[in-house]
Design a protein around this ligand. Structure first.
Ligand SMILES: *Cc1c(COP(=O)(O)O)cnc(C)c1O
Length: 394
């Protein structure tokens, strides 16, 4: 019988590895080389003709990176994957490969900051226009598609407001129109959401977050058809030279070994932290996709297997100082960008605005995001309790 957990165990522990060719070492080697030699001119010619067909130069393919590519493609149920030096590079390549001057992109509102920069500051210089629309209302979102729409950019869930989009419906709209769909699936990872099975063309994730899992390396992934990955490899990947380096690929392979165990642990801890947060008077409302209070709860259940890690909430505050004191008081939730590592984190939206501009009537200014890491959940809850106590009123 088909058993997904067994498939995942096989992929993570065996797929793509050839132990006999490296002394039966359990950990694969880091093939730290820039170039690969040929015995004959004919072999070299073959490599020039198709750089994706073999090893020529590590800006292209590298054996350590290839093990990772095979595993990541299989986890996503995709034909192939490319691994980049970070998530922003993956998004950049996936988008740039699929637009040209005169094209239009339809994007969800509040995309990841560097994705927004790509749309607003870079693509705009090359005659590509972008419309941002609320992806939580599918009909209204798709009404912004134009005759020249070449790409639909999704983030489901998005990493701050955790908004989601109806991936099946959007894919069904885009496919017959020849519009490429690309999703940033970093929140879920392929363990909790498989966009390609729902009809999306390209699944991107930052491997810096859950795949690395230890806050010690960066990486980015694109998964899709072999033809799409080949198209990107032969152009943006080789030209921008932003593929992952062998050592970082090796760290991501190491991270992958424990991905399911870490995700299980974080999922259980997130539930405990959520249950605690619901008792806190100071919290106006919580955002978590699989919480019954979440406006798109049914849709989340229909396309996501589960959710974990990131929780956002609006804190009740009249003064910015209350939010700052709360965040400054946390000792085990470290204050930092990123997430997906071993360590729990906090980040307040108000860190992005000058203090004088704080407006308590603007809920975004009062938005705080927590990332629940691998620590003991009771240890984390005690930290939250003392930080809420520091601003009075639990
Ligand atoms: C961090 C992040 C990225 C960018 O990934 P890097 O590896 O930091 O370049 C993209 N999307 C989301 C949702 C992220 O959280």
């Amino acid at each position: 019988m088909h058993n997904e957990a067994q498939d995942i165990s096989f992929i993570i522990n065996h797929l793509g590895e050839d132990h006999a060719s490296y002394f039966n070492a359990i950990a694969p080697p880091i093939i730290q080389t820039s170039n690969f030699a040929f015995e004959t001119v004919a072999d070299m010619r073959k490599a020039f003709e198709d750089e994706m067909g073999g090893y020529l130069y590590s800006r292209g393919l590298n054996p350590t990176v290839d093990i990772l590519r095979k595993k990541l493609a299989a986890l996503d149920g995709a034909e192939d994957a490319l691994v980049f030096n970070n998530g922003a590079a993956a998004t950049f390549a996936g988008i740039v490969a699929n637009v040209k001057a005169g094209d239009h992109v339809l994007s969800v509102t509040h995309p990841y900051s560097w994705t927004a920069h790509l749309f607003d500051k870079i693509l705009s210089r090359f005659g590509v226009t972008v419309t941002y629309a609320d992806g939580t209302d599918t009909a209204s979102f798709l009404s912004h598609a134009q005759d020249n729409t070449a790409l639909i950019y999704l983030e489901s869930p998005n990493s701050w407001w955790l908004d989601i989009q109806d991936l099946r419906a959007i894919a069904a709209f885009a496919k017959p129109r020849g519009i490429i769909t690309l999703i940033d699936n970093s929140y879920c990872t392929p363990l909790y959401q498989k966009p390609i099975e729902l009809g999306i063309d390209i699944a991107m994730q930052t491997a810096t977050k859950y795949i690395g899992g230890h806050s010690d390396t960066l990486g980015g992934v694109l998964c899709g058809t072999a033809a799409m990955m080949r198209k990107i490899f032969n152009s943006e990947y080789l030209c921008a030279g932003n593929g992952i380096q062998p050592f970082n690929a090796w760290l991501l392979l190491r991270g992958l070994r424990t991905l399911p165990a870490r995700i299980d642990r974080i999922t259980a801890s997130t539930q405990k932290v959520l249950a605690y947060l619901k008792t806190v008077e100071r919290i106006e409302s919580l955002i978590f996709p699989l919480d019954p209070s979440y406006p798109q709860h049914a849709l989340a259940q229909s396309q996501m297997k589960n959710a974990c890690g990131l929780i956002s909430f609006y804190i009740k505050a009249q003064e910015i100082q209350e939010i700052e004191t709360f965040c400054n008081s946390l000792q085990h939730f470290r204050m930092a960008v990123s997430w997906g590592g071993h360590e729990s984190l906090v980040i307040p939206k108000c860190a992005g605005i000058p203090q004088a501009q704080f407006d308590p009537l603007n809920p975004t200014h009062r938005l705080v995001r927590l990332y629940v890491g691998l620590e003991d959940p009771e240890f984390l809850i005690r930290d939250l309790e003392q930080a809420f106590r520091s601003i009075g009123l639990l």
